[in-house]
Design a protein around this ligand. Structure first.
Ligand SMILES: [Zn+2]
Length: 934
């Protein structure tokens, strides 16, 4: 064992290296590591003096000691059980390390956090947790008290990796980082341990991590080049892929674990590690920026990214850049839990190979490449968000990746051989530089954190809106949805103790009041206000609109009257809505007032006979809206209504109005193997509301006999490119790619199995769908899937066109006009103009005169129809159908240009899907075309 080190660094790095050497204590070094890492690093300039060596400390295990390999070994990825095994071994050996379990995933894996700092700090972690909690909520702290706490506190710097499962490097790198932080005795590490508490995730999405590692081991080990591309696995987590970074309402249990962690520990910095861009992009917070967030944040972000770039260029590492990829508009990314809560968001993209194979790569054009789902080109990432030409707006806006620019002073070479170890070297050098900066300025980081928290409270006292009121309204379940998400986010919510009189109106006692003068008052504003996009010429990476009231069709009043701050309220922890059944008559009528739990009630009482009334009717002094359900009264019915927060009245006999039986259909949801994410959101919503279905794939479609098995088939939005994508799906290259559970690959084969995921349902599948509809089935096509029936002639008299290149609509909320309010699809909608999320679906048009009869809802397409976010070229949507009910043979196709189950956000639209399912055999029969249309 020798104590000196050999440096494999380029000429540019030499000067920097000298400085590091001078500071380095002569700790014994792991020669084996240095030799292998040099071998795995494809060029000297792809490494740095921070990561080309590893100290060897008796008793502190490296990954080699525990798992048998060093991080970055070609063709080696680590399952979550082994990540945990390593971190637990490290924590058992070092008093500088602690491991926490946060909670379980959908599939029962643990979410793990690892903390590393000096021994004293780790021992007193709860004390430091307490200091940060005080700075996070500085109400009642004097300036002097705050100063005193800042003097004693230490910032937590939290690293997260493995949110996107194809981006395989971060969970590997973080193990090595933890080791260095625990074992390296050089001054840099002393300083970091003394001044910073470093925390990291083992893997943010543990289910996806294991599934991807299995998939990689099964299908990707032999991949030698980018051209040799193997598709990724059909699933990461249980429901979604990249949208785990768009889950603004924290629907997914794993993401909720992380938010809970955040709000317990309040890390002032959170740094999310992704892969897709060459060679390291460090996010500096470019425009469009959400103007509600603190200006301090927007100063901090480039402070850090410029420091990292400076250091890394100093080491001679090319391809580090800070601008022209992601922006600061949408607050829905997972890492934004930090900036949304007055912390500092940080984000990297490095270049991954979609696994640990070393391969030649070409940079430029469509970056990303294998395993680069965040990148432009081939990336499903911004799929749902982007409308029309929006895809072009993502990423790469700064021109060629190999071009020199002010934010990329040392561009990367165009062609290179890239390895997992290179990727590790980049990430680790970057994060060590960030830790160096934090450890030099811990007080500044803490002061900023305190000031941002304090400013948030203050801004609620000085800037309108001063609050929001959610008045008592007919359906309180959607109010509860909003309230409970605000609560999950740590926002304080109260219930008015008495009637509230404000300039905006008078609201009854019990109305919900959200005051802005609280630490997360800015976040409340961001989530509840209408999004006014700053500049239509600016492109953005994801959604431009998310206003919770509009998405939920709940009444949310923005309050400019400062008196709202003084309204006496009872704090709400979790909002439960107790349903009410009035009276003791023989028949119970459940008011359809838009609650999504109407469907849940029907399914919970499967064996009970329900009828729906087809028009509104008054019973006594209660108005029953169309679609209200009638059922024989019973204690069981009453109990479920109360549990689900529904409103009901009883009566002696059923009202005299047209009605039909509400039967439960045999329901299937069709998924391609190549695009399961938007299907996943529909599945999530159906599961949440307890609507059972079969999830079917091409294998089932090709078997035929669909009508014999199903009454309703939903095709969630898929195949963005039009019908072809849905039909042919993953291109077959002559070699089967199976997705099956085996003893060696136990995480595969979840949520469906296939001996070959390629090839799609093909034309044979189209014929089966055609038959299904003609034989009386109800086919529901959502969003982009509505190209399918139009383009394949299942609905021969409907065209599906595309928006022009000038059109740009990244997820705004727009008006839609209900033309057939008596259609069962609109049960529970009491207004004829409703907000819908623009889904990037087709521009539908009936080619015959029957279009008017078949169009249930349309887009007015005026400038004033854009309610939140950005739609450029709104006139292209003018008069286009938003939903059509097209009779075909004995059946119907309901074509939604909208997506009524989008990312667990637009719960106001969900009934347009649920109503179609529950009233599947009671659609009015619009006249089929009398003669063929020209
Ligand atoms: Zn990513």
């Amino acid at each position: 064992m020798k104590v000196s080190r050999t440096f494999a660094v380029g000429v540019l790095a030499a000067a920097a290296t000298v400085g590091i050497v001078a500071q380095t204590k002569l700790q014994p070094q792991d020669e084996d590591y240095a030799k292998l890492v040099k071998e795995w690093t494809t060029k000297p300039e792809f490494s740095s003096p921070l990561v080309d060596h590893l100290p060897k400390v008796a008793g502190i295990p490296t990954t080699k000691d525990v798992l048998g390999y060093y991080v970055g070994m070609p063709k080696k990825l680590t399952h979550t059980a082994d990540l945990a095994k390593y971190y637990n071994a490290l924590a058992a050996a070092s008093k500088r390390v602690k491991v926490f379990q946060l909670g379980k995933t959908d599939e029962g894996r643990e979410c793990l956090v690892i903390a590393v700092s000096d021994e004293d700090t780790i021992r007193d972690l709860d004390t430091y947790k307490g200091y940060l909690a005080k700075l996070a909520d500085p109400r009642g702290l004097s300036a002097d008290q705050a100063k005193e706490i800042i003097g004693k506190a230490k910032p937590i710097y939290m690293f997260t990796g493995g949110l996107h499962s194809a981006e395989t490097g971060p969970p590997e790198m973080l193990m090595e980082l933890a080791y260095r932080l625990a074992a390296d005795e050089s001054p840099l590490y002393d300083q970091i341990r003394k001044n910073v508490i470093v925390m990291m995730s083992a893997a943010l999405e543990p289910d996806g991590r294991d599934r991807y590692v299995d998939w990689y081991n099964h299908h990707m080990l032999s991949q030698e080049s980018e051209n040799d591309r193997v598709p990724g696995p059909p699933y990461w987590g249980k429901y979604i892929f990249h949208d785990n970074n768009r889950d603004i309402n924290y629907s997914q249990v794993t993401m909720r674990n992380w938010l809970k962690f955040y709000l317990q520990w309040h890390p002032p910095i959170m740094h999310d590690l992704h892969e897709s861009q060459p060679l390291l992009y460090t996010f500096s917070g470019q425009t469009p920026q959400n103007p509600t967030l603190d200006p301090i944040l927007y100063a901090e972000m480039p402070w850090f990214s410029d420091f990292e770039m400076t250091k890394m260029i100093g080491y001679g590492m090319p391809g580090v850049w800070t601008h022209a990829f992601v922006d600061m508009w949408s607050p829905g990314y997972l890492g934004f839990m930090s900036s949304n809560h007055n912390g500092m968001l940080r984000m990297y993209e490095t270049m991954g190979n979609g696994g640990a194979n070393t391969m030649p790569r070409t940079i430029g054009g469509g970056a990303g490449g294998p395993g680069g789902p965040d990148g432009p080109g081939g990336a499903p990432e911004a799929s749902a968000a982007a409308g029309g030409a929006a895809g072009a707006g993502r990423g790469g806006r700064g021109g060629g990746m190999t071009a020199r620019d002010w934010y990329r002073p040392l561009p990367p070479p165009r062609t290179l051989t890239w390895s997992m170890r290179n990727n590790t070297n980049y990430m680790e050098t970057g994060v060590l530089s960030a830790l160096e900066l934090t450890s030099k300025f811990p007080q500044t980081v803490l002061e900023n954190f305190y000031m941002k928290s304090r400013n948030s409270v203050k801004s609620g006292e000085t800037e309108a809106p001063f609050g929001f009121v959610l008045p008592v309204q007919p359906d309180m379940t959607r109010v509860a949805f909003i309230v409970n998400i605000l609560r999950l986010q740590g926002i304080e919510v109260g219930r008015a103790r008495a009637e509230v009189k404000l300039k905006e109106g008078t609201f009854p006692a019990g109305s919900i009041v959200v005051k802005r003068n609280q630490p997360y008052g800015r976040l409340a504003k961001i989530l509840l206000e209408k999004q006014v996009y700053p500049d239509p010429a600016l492109q953005t990476y994801d959604d431009t609109g998310w206003t919770m009231g509009l998405m939920s069709h709940a009444d949310v009043k923005e309050i400019a009257d400062k008196a709202v701050l003084d309204v006496p309220v009872q704090p709400v922890d979790v909002m439960d809505v107790n349903g009410v059944v009035k009276g003791t008559g023989a028949i119970t009528a459940i008011l359809h007032n838009g609650s999504n739990y109407i469907a849940t009630l029907r399914y919970r009482l499967k064996d009970v006979k329900f009828e729906a009334i087809e028009a509104a009717v008054k019973v006594g002094d209660v108005q029953l809206p169309a679609g209200s359900l009638l059922v024989q009264s019973s204690p069981r019915v009453k109990a479920e209504i109360e549990k689900l927060g529904l409103q009901a009245v009883t009566m002696a006999k059923a009202p005299d109005v047209a009605k039909h039986a509400v039967e439960i259909p045999r329901l299937a949801v069709f998924s391609t193997w190549g695009s399961t994410q938007d299907v996943g959101w529909v599945r999530y919503a159906l599961d949440h509301f307890e609507v059972p279905y079969d999830l079917i794939y091409k294998e089932r479609i090709k078997q035929g006999g669909l009508r014999g098995a199903y009454d309703v088939i939903v095709i969630p939005s898929q195949g963005r490119g039009g019908a072809k994508g849905l039909i042919f799906d993953i291109e077959s290259r002559g070699k089967a790619i199976d997705y099956q559970k085996t003893p060696s690959f136990p995480s595969l084969g979840s949520y469906g199995e296939s001996a070959d995921i390629t090839g799609g349902m093909g034309l044979q599948g189209v014929a089966e769908f055609d038959k299904f509809v003609n034989e009386g089935g109800l086919l529901l096509t959502l969003g982009a899937s509505s190209f399918f029936p139009a383009e394949m002639g299942i609905t021969r008299t409907v065209d599906a066109a595309r928006t022009t290149a000038a059109f740009y609509a990244p997820g705004p909320i727009v008006e839609a006009e209900i033309l057939k309010p008596t259609h069962p699809i609109f049960y529970g909608y009491d207004k004829t103009t409703v907000p819908v999320r623009w889904a990037g679906g087709p521009l539908l048009r009936a080619t015959g005169t029957e279009g008017r009869a078949w169009t249930l809802m349309r887009f007015p397409g005026n400038d004033s129809s854009v309610l939140s976010g950005l739609m450029r070229g709104v006139a292209e949507t003018r008069g286009r159908p938003a939903i059509m009910d097209v009779p075909v043979g004995q059946g119907h196709v309901v074509m939604y240009a909208t997506n009524p189950a989008y990312r667990w956000q637009n719960l106001g639209e969900f009934n347009m899907l649920a109503n179609a399912i529950l009233n599947f055999n009671d659609f009015p029969a619009p006249k089929a075309p009398a003669k063929p249309v020209e």
